[in-house]
Design a protein around this ligand. Structure first.
Ligand SMILES: Cc1cc2nc3c(=O)[nH]c(=O)nc-3n(C[C@H](O)[C@H](O)[C@H](O)COP(=O)(O)OP(=O)(O)OC[C@H]3O[C@@H](n4cnc5c(N)ncnc54)[C@H](O)[C@@H]3O)c2cc1C
Length: 309
């Protein structure tokens, strides 16, 4: 019998397993071999590390995460790919100035290190952005990480602290009255004091077996990766009223995403994005923000995967 069973070795489950094991718990972490892999969110993620413009309920966690990222790789004794370049959230209309300033004030009061930047400062931070940008909110400590490396780093650190990674999927639960006593994997059962359900967008199906309806929405978003280009963007970029996020990766390619939903066939949960027209539109949105549009014009790879909210 283990202290804890964690279902799912995405970034959330692997992190929970690590933190429990570090405190001395005996943890069994369950997932497919080679997780994180397609189609999990930790495989598909853009890897943006952003502390501003989030749900206010996340503020405390955001402040703690921003402080933790720089030393996380050393803590886990493995690469996370974290690098600071800042995050810039821009506005293109003067009419958005008041709302931007109010949001910055609220976030600063909550302890988030965000500052107002005018057009001149925007140009210093990101010279490649279009001159039409009016102002922005800038968080210098934000940046990007490698989501797959970070997930693997948590899992390997969990194992180093004594967890076992059982490369199997959970089929169901062992119940004792109204308590979950453990899990079922094939013909085997494993009992634990605590069972943690961290199966990402698959959690709802498993929870339904227990008669629980989790208040979680699942959406599928498109990502687009360009070929390599010269140094263009240090910070990651988002913009008011645009389903857009832009970041230049360490190898010079540009990752464009930000909330254009994938339009797949009904009932088709996963799979590569095939909506060419919308994908092109997404690419144009990305290029609109750059003065030298040819630099990031060519699409290399497109994908879309599910995430839970
Ligand atoms: C396209 C895209 C872009 C994103 N961009 C960003 C970003 O820039 N910044 C950011 O912070 N976040 C981003 N996210 C969100 C982020 O990726 C997720 O919040 C995070 O990865 C969720 O991790 P998770 O562990 O909860 O879920 P997942 O990574 O989906 O992991 C769930 C795991 O559970 C396993 N599992 C499922 N069922 C079972 C079972 N029965 N038994 C055992 N294991 C099971 C799966 O195999 C999987 O490995 C993005 C997400 C997507 C899809």
């Amino acid at each position: 019998m283990s202290d804890a069973i964690v279902i799912g070795a995405g970034v959330i489950g692997a992190s929970i397993a690590f933190h429990l094991a570090r405190e001395g718990a005996w943890v069994a972490l369950f997932d497919d071999p080679d997780a994180p892999k397609e189609p999990s969110a930790s495989w598909a993620s853009a890897g943006g590390v952003r502390s501003q413009n989030r749900d206010p309920r996340e503020s405390q966690l955001t402040v703690a995460a921003a402080a933790r990222w720089p030393s996380l790789a050393a803590d886990l004794n493995a690469e996370t790919g974290f690098r600071r370049g800042g995050h810039l959230h821009v506005i293109e209309r003067g009419s958005d100035l008041t709302a931007l300033r109010e949001r910055i004030e609220r976030e600063r009061a909550a302890g988030i290190a965000v500052e107002f930047v005018d057009t001149r400062r925007v140009r210093e931070i990101a010279p490649a952005l279009a001159p039409s940008i009016v102002a922005g909110a800038y968080t210098a400590d934000d940046g990007q990480a490698d989501p797959r490396a970070t997930t693997r780093a948590f899992a390997s650190a969990a194992i180093a602290c004594g967890s076992v990674f059982i490369r199997r999927r959970i089929d169901g639960f062992v119940r004792g009255g109204d308590r979950v006593m453990g899990v079922v994997a094939g013909r085997e059962t494993l009992l634990a004091t605590t069972t943690v359900l961290a199966a990402g967008s698959w959690s709802m199906r498993l929870a339904a077996e227990l008669g629980l309806a989790l208040p979680v929405k699942v959406r599928s978003y498109q990502m687009l990766l360009t070929t390599m280009c010269g140094p263009t963007l240090a910070p990651t970029i988002t913009a008011v009223d645009r389903a857009l996020s832009l970041k230049q990766l360490a190898d010079g390619s540009v990752l464009i995403g930000g909330g254009v939903a994938r339009r797949g066939r009904r009932g088709q949960a996963h799979g590569a994005c095939t909506e060419i027209k919308r994908t092109r539109k997404l690419g144009r949105r990305g290029r609109d923000r750059s003065r030298d549009s040819e630099d990031i014009a060519r699409t290399k790879l497109v994908w879309s995967r599910r995430r839970q909210f």
